[in-house]
Every structure is written in structure tokens, then in C-alpha cells.
Design a protein around this ligand. Structure first.
Ligand code: NAP
Length: 245
């Protein structure tokens, strides 16, 4: 019997440490999108399950007693699969999701949009040197609207699509500090981001505010799980309460 942690976030790694300390038997899973992922402590399985049916088989084979969906706020496909599989098999499911940035002071000044296409179209009206921090998988949506702009693109892994000649790709991984973001964003005139939340990538928002440049933020879609916590310690307590003694 084991607990499954759907990971790929710093919160999932923090939870893994806590579960190990609490002597809970668990396995973390990663999608395998990143070439050299930061691995959590404990057992890890890498690669998808094969949709809802694959996940259901996995839950049954490992006799999973509870699932914590600690995937990124924008990994909604995995969250939907987890909800469907856990509901079908009566496995308790907890969503661990860090708070977004919509409630922070100044958020009302940003341009909130519902998706990447809207973000791309709006960005094209706001600046000529955009800083795109939307992740490799979403970049394709920005190519056509921003092909004639000198975009700065920050990604963890090399994009697998052809990008416009004017774009500059910077490969790096957070967390990012204020000073380095100030230097990087010196020539930027519009920032584009998802509402990832958390502190690891917050500095760019502060720099945009300091420089009074527009910020385009892609909104999160609603959480579908019924039980939700926002920090790893609460998730650990939820797991421990359901663990056999
Ligand atoms: P997604 O679109 O929600 O999921 C697509 C498919 O990838 C899922 O159906 C599943 O494949 C597989 N998958 C996703 N997360 C998985 C996990 N933790 N363990 C095993 N399989 C997983 O996900 P995504 O947006 O591509 O994100 C992939 C991973 O990167 C997630 O673990 C997420 O936490 C992390 N991440 C995402 C973002 C982002 O902005 N999207 C940012 C930082 C980190 P099967 O159907 O085959 O099971």
C-alpha cells in the first residue's frame, strides 16, 4: 500500500521530504518532460501513466491508498485524469496547489487573460521587446503574433519548434533573484507570464512593477478536486491522517 504524489513542482519535492520523515510509504511521479529534472527524495517513476485507464491500472497494481496531485497549476490535464481515476476507484485525492498571484497588491494593474492565444495577441499591442516566461510547451502560440518582435524567451529545455530569428532563447531554471532579473529585463518592455504563483519566479513581477512595464498574466482555470490545500505541510498532515497505523 502506498501513496502516489503527482509531482513536477517544488511543493511536491518538499512534500516528499516530509512524507519520508513521517515514514509514509510513497512514490512520486514525473511526466518526464524535462531532460534533467530535479528529483524528489524517495521512489520516483518517470513518464505518463497512459491516460485515465493507465492511471487506474497503476493505482490498482500498487494498491495506492491516496493520491496527492501536486502538479503545476497549469498541468490541468494530469489533474483532470487524477480526478477521474480516483473518483472511479474511490481513492482519496488531495490537490496541493500553491496560491496564485491574483490577490497580491498591484495585481489589478496587470492584464489578465484566459489563455495563451489571447496573451500573444495582447502582447503584440503592448510592446516590441517582450519577455516570454510561459514555458516551452506554450511558445508555439506566440510565434506568429510576435514573429517581428525581439522577444526574449526563457525556458528550461531547448524548444522543439522553429522560433523567429529575432527571438533570443535563454535556457535557465529558477529560482530567480531580484538583481539578476533587473539585469535581464533592462531592455524588456512587456512581461508575459502564467499565474504560476509562489516565490521562485516572483522577482520578474517586482522588476516589471519597478520599471512600470505592462504585465500580461494567463489566468489559471478552476481547480477541479474537492479537497485542496496550498502548502506541503497541510498535504503531509492529510496523508498521515489517512495512513494505516
Ligand atoms: P499536463 O498537460 O497536465 O499532462 C499531460 C500528460 O503528461 C498527462 O496526461 C500525463 O500523461 C503526463 N503527466 C503530467 N504530469 C505527470 C506527472 N506528474 N506524473 C506522470 N505523468 C504526468 O502536464 P504538463 O503541463 O505537460 O506538465 C507536465 C509536468 O511538468 C507536470 O508534472 C507538472 O507538474 C510539471 N510542470 C508543468 C508546468 C506547466 O506550466 N505546465 C510548469 C512546471 C512544471 P498520461 O496521460 O500518459 O498519464
Amino acid at each position: 500500500m502506498t501513496v502516489l504524489v503527482l509531482g513536477g513542482t517544488s511543493e511536491a519535492r518538499d512534500l516528499a521530504v516530509m512524507l519520508q520523515e513521517a515514514r509514509v510509504r510513497f512514490v512520486s511521479s514525473l511526466a518526464g518532460r524535462v531532460a534533467q529534472p530535479r528529483l524528489p527524495v524517495g521512489a520516483v517513476q518517470i513518464g505518463g501513466f497512459g491516460g485515465v485507464s493507465g492511471l487506474r491500472s497503476y493505482l490498482m497494481e500498487l494498491r495506492v491508498t491516496a493520491v496527492v496531485d501536486a502538479t503545476h497549476p497549469f498541468a490541468r490535464g494530469m489533474s483532470a485524469n487524477a480526478l477521474a481515476a480516483c473518483t472511479a476507484d474511490g481513492v482519496p485525492l488531495l490537490r496541493l496547489e500553491r496560491p496564485g498571484w491574483s490577490g497580491v497588491p498591484g495585481a489589478e494593474r496587470w492584464h489578465w487573460v484566459d489563455g495563451h492565444d489571447e496573451a500573444a495577441a495582447l502582447t503584440a499591442t503592448l510592446g516590441s521587446r517582450p519577455f516570454l516566461t510561459v514555458g516551452r510547451q506554450s511558445l508555439g502560440r506566440f510565434v506568429e503574433p510576435l514573429a517581428d518582435r525581439a522577444a526574449l524567451v526563457r525556458v528550461v529545455d531547448e524548444p522543439d519548434i522553429v522560433l523567429p530569428d529575432l527571438w533570443t532563447v535563454l535556457r535557465s531554471r529558477g529560482p530567480y533573484g531580484l538583481e539578476s532579473e533587473r539585469a535581464l529585463m533592462a531592455g524588456v518592455d512587456v512581461l508575459v507570464t502564467k499565474d504560476s504563483g509562489g516565490s521562485h519566479t516572483w522577482s520578474k513581477m517586482q522588476v516589471a512593477d519597478e520599471r512600470d512595464i505592462p504585465v500580461v498574466v494567463v489566468r489559471r482555470t478552476a481547480v477541479t478536486a474537492s479537497e485542496v490545500v496550498s502548502d506541503p505541510a497541510s498535504a503531509c498532515a492529510w496523508v498521515v491522517a489517512r495512513s494505516p497505523r
